[in-house]
Design a protein around this ligand. Sequence first.
Ligand SMILES: *Cc1c(COP(=O)(O)O)cnc(C)c1O
Length: 347
Amino acid sequence: MLPELPTPALRLGLDVDALTSNWRALDRMSGRARAGAAVKANAYGLGARRVVPALQAAGCRDFFVAHWSEVPELLTEAGAISLSVLHGPLTGADAAFARAVGVKPVINSLDQARRWVESGGGPCDLMVDTGMNRLGVAMAELGDPVLGRLEVDVLLSHLVSSEEDVALNGVQQERWTQARAVLRHARASLANSGGIALGSAYHGDLTRPGIALYGGVPRPEMGEMLQQVARPEAAILQVRQVAAGETIGYNATFTAPAAMRVGTIALGYADGYLRCWSGRGRFTAGGTVLPVLGRISMDLTVVDLTQAPEIGEGDWVRADYAIPAAAAATGLSQYELLTLLGARFGR
Ligand SMILES: *Cc1c(COP(=O)(O)O)cnc(C)c1O
C-alpha cells in the first residue's frame, strides 16, 4: 500500500463563512422563494464535497449538477437533500441509475419524458426552453400528453441574459408563467444568480444561484452583498537572485531592471492559472504584494520577492483572485476563472 500522500504545494482555500453568507444573502433576496444551489462542475471548481454539506448546514435543500458522473460523490448527502441532474436521462441506463439512487432527472425533451415514464417514472424536474434554445421542452410542445404523465417537482426554465437589462428577460418570464399555467408541477423556478436581482416576478418557489455563491458578481448591484470565497494559494519551491539584465521564464519576456530576489511557485496554466496572467498577476504574502514576472509556465510561476525578504522556500503565497476584478484583468469570464482551477489543487 502507498504511504499517505504528502500535502500538495498548491491548495484552494474555501472561505466557508463567505460561502454560507452569500447563500443566505441570495436566499433573503429571493423573497418568498427558497434559494437552492448549482453545484455542477465540482461546485464551479471549489469542491462539491465541501460546498454541499456547508450549504446544507446553512439551510439549502435543492442542489443541481449537470452530469450523472457528478452524483456519486454527493450520495452520502443525498438522503437529506434534493439533487437534480440537469442533462437529464439520455439513455435507459441514466433513468435506471436515477431511480436506483433517488436523484431527480431534469427532463429536457419529449424523448426524455417518454424514456423516464416508460422506465417507471417517479419524481422529476422539467426544463422548459423559453429562449435559450439549448436544453428544454419547447413552448410549442407543452400540450404533449406525455408531459401530463410526469410527476414534476420543479418546473424550471433558464434565463439567457440575467446579468443584463434586456427585453428578453421579460419575454422569458412571461413564457415561464404560461408554462406554469399549463403544466402540473409542485414548484417553479426561473432565476439563476443574476435573475434573483430581477425581482419577485422571477422568483417562483425556488431560485438556483451558482456563480454568486462562489464570489462572482453577475450584476453590479449585487456586489455589496457578496464576498470572495475561493483563495488559490501556492508554495514557493525555490528562491533565487537575479542580476540586472537577466531574463525570467520562457521567451525571456521579462528583463530584470535591477538585481532582484524572485520566487518560483508551484502553480501554472495546467492548474488553470492561464497565460493571460503573465506579467499581470499578483500574489500576496503577509500584506506584501508580489507581482508575477514573465510568462506563466505549465506548472510554475515566478513572483517578485524583492519587497519580501522574509518570505522564503516553503512559504505560501496567495493569488489575487477576487472574481470580478480577476475577470476585468484577464478578459476571462467569472465562470471560467472558477471552473478552470484544476485537479492538482488540494481542496
Ligand atoms: C448553471 C446553472 C445555474 C446557475 O447559474 P449562475 O449563473 O451560475 O447563477 C442555474 N440554472 C441552470 C439550469 C444552470 O445550468
